[in-house]
Design a protein around this ligand. Structure first.
Ligand code: DQQ
Length: 551
């Protein structure tokens, strides 16, 4: 059944039970990574929200601590919602979070609750676990001011510092009618914040900007930058989570510090609102700078796509996806993402396939290891591009709709080819992760899809909305190099896939009823009209880390 304990994610971050949503305030302090997250201590549905808290030395093994921030004061009595951590100039971590000061019981969607921004500090700076947090009585530090919509006013970012004017700056997500806004505040002391007369950035027609994130990326190389870095050789990224469509969008652009405004580059706006970190189930994400390994790390939340009664029954809901290192693609047009290298420490038994031809209509099993909890890396070589299906540019704007029509079983020219994961031996149940190559006037167009339409036989998930197809385009030029790679992380009910070295990422949640545990199989498939070669495939069983036991 969907509620089987065998579907519980083993190495993706989660508490043993109950509901989790947004990652909050990730930070590194005295040898430990800290992750806070929105958590309902009482149930597997959203509500009673506190900041739960875990620490780790490697981002993979987690120790659960008691909740760091809970409703207790007038400035947060109805909830402690999302926010971020900032490391102050003297090394002190500070958290800015949203406190709910008034509830509206007539509103079932919790969208009319009144919000303010609060600060919290560790009580004991010599404790590497930062277990105790103090919420000063001078909170809220950012009350609702004139011209601010107090029911759409939340999720402060990590603050950044300008030595030029000795001010901290922070952004709070908001909207005015349907105009999404990144409200900008400045402070000398992290206590008294003054609203700038203009926004850092705003866009008409998007609705509320939840969980904004604003950070610098280096124009060259993989190294991350501390949030306050700006100037030459640096671009900025602004990401927002849109509550209307439940997806996130980012743009790459220029931060003009004298005008205190962000302007997105035209090149990173191929979609209606920007690009996506992840074309699947991924929301309310947040990055932080890891000074230990000099990288920027992205955390994102994946909700369940089963039903609420099933979540209540199984008593858990939500995971954080594997933290990813993010950096700018050399083209400057998009970000690249890759699971943090520490994940490799979980690798166990391995199987490999080399130089294997997969003929049109064929599928072949990769046996010898269990693959319900595994890491699969494969490189495909596509030979005959002339067979690619023609591409109608009118579809370019909606990869997801396109992939719904051109699913894994719809025969093509070059592709669909890829992996069947969490599949039964007879393929009654299977989730397909694949590529499909199209021919257009100038360049070949590569589509990457996650097709879960046959992922489960569960009657409760028969409807399409519980098995959403996800897809994105992959910006590669197959005429220059005919090979394309895919990495897929499998964790019982989580499928997290990285196309072309992290150019396009798709995560999804699936609930096989039979393809569980040792019955979950892995196949390579080709439903195109030309041969595909697997240059190399490596698959590893992944061990179970220490995961918040006893929380
Ligand atoms: N979740 C939090 C809000 C945020 C939303 C509440 C995004 O602060 O806007 O749990 O998922």
């Amino acid at each position: 059944a969907v509620t089987s304990p065998a579907l519980k994610a083993a190495y993706h971050f989660r508490p043993p039970n109950n509901w989790i949503n947004d990652p909050n305030g990730p930070l590194y302090y005295k040898g430990y990574y800290h992750l806070f997250y929105q958590y309902n201590p009482k149930d597997a549905v959203w509500g009673n929200i506190v900041w739960a808290h875990s620490v780790s030395k490697d981002l993979i093994n987690w120790i659960a601590l008691k909740p760091a921030i809970e409703p207790s004061k007038p400035f947060d009595q109805y909830g402690c919602w999302s926010g971020s951590a900032t490391i102050l100039l003297d090394g002190t971590p500070a958290i800015l979070y949203t406190g709910i000061i008034a509830k509206n019981d007539t509103d079932p969607n919790n969208i009319l609750w009144t919000q303010v921004q609060n600060v919290a500090y560790p009580k004991n700076l010599s404790d590497p676990f930062l277990e105790e947090w103090d919420k000063p009585d001078y909170n809220p530090v950012i009350p609702i001011g004139p011209g601010v919509n107090g029911t759409a006013f939340r999720d402060p970012t990590t603050a950044w510092y300008s030595p030029e004017d000795k001010h901290w700056r922070v952004v709070v997500g908001s909207k005015w009618d349907l105009k999404g806004q990144a409200l900008l505040y400045r402070s000398k002391d992290f206590k008294k914040w003054v609203k700038a007369s203009h926004t850092l950035h705003a866009t008409r027609g998007t609705g509320m900007w939840e969980c904004p994130d604003f950070y610098p990326v280096s124009v060259k190389g993989l190294l991350g930058l501390d949030t306050s870095v700006k100037g030459k050789g640096v671009k900025h990224v602004l990401k927002v989570s849109l509550d209307l469509d439940r997806y996130e969008y980012y743009t790459i652009g220029t931060y003009d510090i004298t005008r205190d405004r962000y302007t997105p580059d035209g090149t990173s706006k191929d979609n209606k609102h920007g690009l996506r970190y992840d074309y699947g189930n991924f929301y309310a994400s947040k990055t932080f700078y890891d000074p230990e390994k000099k990288r920027r790390i992205l955390w994102g939340w994946a909700n369940e796509t089963d039903t609420v009664p099933e979540d209540k029954n199984k008593r858990w809901a939500g995971v954080q996806l594997i933290p990813r290192t993010v950096w700018l693609d050399p083209s400057g047009k998009q970000l690249l993402q890759w699971p943090v290298e520490e994940l490799n420490s979980l690798r166990g038994k391995q199987v490999s396939v080399t130089s294997k031809k997969v003929k049109p209509g064929d599928h072949l099993e990769v046996g010898g290891i269990q693959t319900a909890q595994a890491d699969v890396e494969v490189t495909f070589d596509v030979s005959s591009l002339s067979n690619a299906e023609p591409f109608d540019p009118k579809y370019m704007y909606d990869a997801q709709a396109f992939c719904k029509i051109k699913g894994a079983d719809v025969k093509g020219g070059v592709g669909p080819f890829g992996l069947y994961v969490l599949a039964t031996a007879d393929l009654q149940e299977k989730t397909a992760v694949f590529f499909r190559v199209f021919k257009s006037e100038d360049k070949h167009v590569v589509l990457m899809c996650n097709d879960p339409t046959q992922s489960t036989l569960a009657p409760s998930l028969a409807e399409n909305k519980y098995k959403p197809t996800f897809a994105g385009y992959v910006d590669v030029d197959l005429t220059k190099s005919s090979s394309i790679s895919l990495k897929t992380l499998l964790d019982h009910s989580v499928v997290e896939s990285f196309g072309a070295g992290g150019k396009t990422v798709i995560s999804s949640r699936v609930y096989p009823t039979l393809a569980q545990g040792d019955n979950a199989r892995l196949f390579i498939f080709n439903n195109g009209a030309v041969d595909i070669k697997v240059t190399k495939l490596d698959a590893w069983e992944l061990k179970k880390p220490l995961m918040n036991i006893g929380a």
